[in-house]
Design a protein around this ligand. Structure first.
Ligand code: FE2
Length: 374
């Protein structure tokens, strides 16, 4: 029997919070930005709204800006083999390079972050064009991943100076906003990165999951969710734990070549319509056995959505004291078994689907075994 020992950590009292407001742009480094942009346009319903490349005076890389409701992704690819983006892709495969945050005051943010020990990889810069000014700066986090702070107040251009508008609308699938972004770090390093988000960002531990929560017969991991006080930004951090099989987190680390972003969870107001549309577009999802749904009504009680529709689409359900949530996970979206997406609809619950961990991780283990990585 798995013990469910979710703990609320004590509120952090040590550091004031950086003036971060919400997630902003998430930048991916990819092998072929043109094709990646169309993948997210055609499969995931993102409009292509802006472009930067040689035609706009940017000689060594191409970037496409994708937008759907409150979510903005940038796909960037290199044009030369010695470009840092090409080296990043060589090392890691396609993946998330930068998790951007909107801030109310860039100078205050970067000054505080650096005083608290953050490594500044790009110091504060102000970019201007006819749309106005964007102030930005970047710090390092786990692996080669970075956080860029954007102060865009009053900017009227399409993304940031240097980009020109593109207009390739998508058939929308109802993705609304980034709910949380999960990082995988090496065994023994989770506490280091928890302290980083506490000390540099002034975030607190919102949830903790230990081995008794997240283990199957074969493998295991531990996780802590870092959050700002308003709850707009949630950053879970996973590390592998010992098991009979290789932890799914260790498989990620082996193939990404370092710590990095494991998944982005995106919210929707209607997960049945969203997942139906994504499946029709060709997105493939992790599957749980139909036995998962056998005793689901007893486990989750009354919910608004028809259970059969959820079962048909493979959507998972979890309930806690605050309400319930519906969630589903895609297969990795690139060749390497690294980064994937979660689609989530919350109905009161602020949790992460703890009741689904076992079914979900058994599904991941089956896929891991098929790849020969156990
Ligand atoms: Fe998640």
């Amino acid at each position: 029997m798995i013990q469910h020992l979710e703990r609320e950590a004590m509120p952090s009292s040590q550091q004031s919070e950086l003036p971060v407001l919400d997630f902003q742009t998430i930048e991916f480094y990819v092998g072929n930005a043109k094709q990646a942009a169309l993948y997210y346009n055609k499969l995931f319903g993102f409009d292509i709204v802006a472009y930067r490349g040689p035609e706009t005076g940017h000689r060594d890389s191409c970037s496409y800006v994708l937008r759907q409701n409150n979510i903005q992704f940038v796909m960037t690819g290199a044009l030369q083999p010695d470009h840092p983006v090409a080296q990043h892709v060589h090392q890691h495969g396609d993946g998330v390079k930068d998790i951007g945050f909107a801030v109310s005051d860039l100078n205050q943010t970067i000054e505080l972050a650096s005083r608290r020990g953050a490594v500044v990889t790009h110091s504060a810069a102000s970019l201007a064009d006819e749309g106005g000014v964007v102030h930005k700066a970047t710090i390092a986090t786990y692996g080669d991943t970075t956080h860029t702070f954007f102060e865009c107040e009053g900017y009227h251009g399409v993304c940031e100076p240097g980009f020109e508008p593109r207009h390739l609308p998508a058939n929308p699938v109802g993705l609304q906003r980034v709910d949380h972004i999960v990082g995988n770090v090496e065994k023994g390093r989770m506490e280091h990165w928890v302290r980083f988000y506490e000390n540099v960002f002034g975030f607190r531990v919102f949830r903790s999951f230990d081995q008794s929560d997240i283990s199957t017969q074969y493998s295991s991991l531990v996780s802590k969710v870092m959050s700002n006080a308003s709850g707009t930004i949630k950053l879970p951090i996973n590390e592998p734990a010992e098991g009979v099989w290789k932890s799914q987190i260790q498989e990620y680390l082996d193939f990404y070549g370092s710590p990095g972003v494991q998944h982005i969870a995106i919210s929707t107001h209607n997960i049945i319509e969203t997942v139906d549309a994504l499946r029709a577009n060709g997105v493939d999802f992790m599957t749980v056995p139909q036995t998962y749904y056998d005793s689901i009504a007893e486990r989750v009680g009354e919910i608004r959505e028809p259970l059969q529709a959820l079962a048909d689409l493979g959507i998972l359900i979890d309930r806690d004291e605050e309400g319930y949530l519906l969630q589903i996970f895609t297969q990795p979206v690139q060749d390497r078994p690294t980064f994937f997406f979660e689609i989530i609809q919350r109905a009161g619950s602020e949790g992460f689907g703890k009741g689904n961990f076992k079914a979900l991780f058994e599904a991941i283990e089956r896929d891991q075994a098929r790849r020969g990585n156990v």
